[in-house]
Design a protein around this ligand. Structure first.
Ligand SMILES: Cc1cn([C@H]2C[C@H](O)[C@@H](COP(=O)(O)OP(=O)(O)OP(=O)(O)O)O2)c(=O)[nH]c1=O
Length: 187
């Protein structure tokens, strides 16, 4: 019998992208401390955080296959998470202006017998941004709950000059890679 699939995420973007895959799934939120393990290299720390999200939910549903994920923006070694308020959002966008940063999405697919983890990385180059542009964009409210203070899939589309990587990974869910990994769990 096929196992039940659970997405361990409260992110509406992740839910929408997984919904496109025609595989039934449930959502269970892993309410954990999202601090990165600084003793690990960043990519490994992203995998470890995704694993902690997945493991928290697997503990509750040991028969399931659980997907955990986490996304950060990295600018010149500095990790930018969710800004949380408008002032921090403006500062982050000013930092990203005119530069290339990385978007890292850690993913973990986990069952009681199997684990597949990876960290998917994209490069995103931003146009130089005027203070007024930043101000207007932050006013939309979109940056607040997004790593690096922007959503490439939303009103933030005008910020990026070039991307090198998986667009959906920048949105927080490298869906094609995840589908391929899910096949190894029998989906
Ligand atoms: C860079 C970027 C990030 N994001 C989002 C993806 C993630 O939802 C969010 C980073 O926060 P995360 O902590 O990865 O995820 P989350 O808190 O939304 O959900 P959960 O932890 O329950 O899985 O930033 C975009 O939507 N678009 C973008 O272009």
């Amino acid at each position: 019998m096929k196992k039940k699939l659970i997405l361990a995420s409260q992110s509406p973007r992740r839910r929408e992208l997984l919904e496109r895959c025609h595989i039934p799934f449930d959502i269970e939120i892993a309410d954990i401390d999202e601090t990165l393990n600084r003793n690990l290299p960043l990519e490994a720390a992203m995998e470890e955080l995704a694993w902690r999200k997945a493991q928290t939910v697997l503990d509750r549903y040991p028969e399931a296959v659980v997907i955990g994920a986490d996304t950060i923006v990295v600018l010149e070694q500095q990790v930018l998470g969710k800004p949380g308020n408008s002032e921090v959002a403006k500062t982050m966008l000013a930092q990203l202006s005119g530069k290339t940063h990385q978007v890292m999405t850690g993913v973990c697919l986990l069952s009681s017998t199997q684990r597949i983890s990876f960290c998917d990385i994209s490069d995103v180059e931003f146009y130089s941004l005027e203070a007024e542009e930043i101000e207007a964009y932050v006013k939309t409210g979109e940056p607040l709950d997004k790593a690096g203070a922007y959503g490439i899939q939303g009103e933030g589309f005008f910020l990026a000059r070039r991307i090198n990587g998986d667009f959906y990974s920048i949105m927080g869910f490298p869906v094609a890679r995840i589908i391929r990994a899910l096949k190894k769990f029998g989906f």
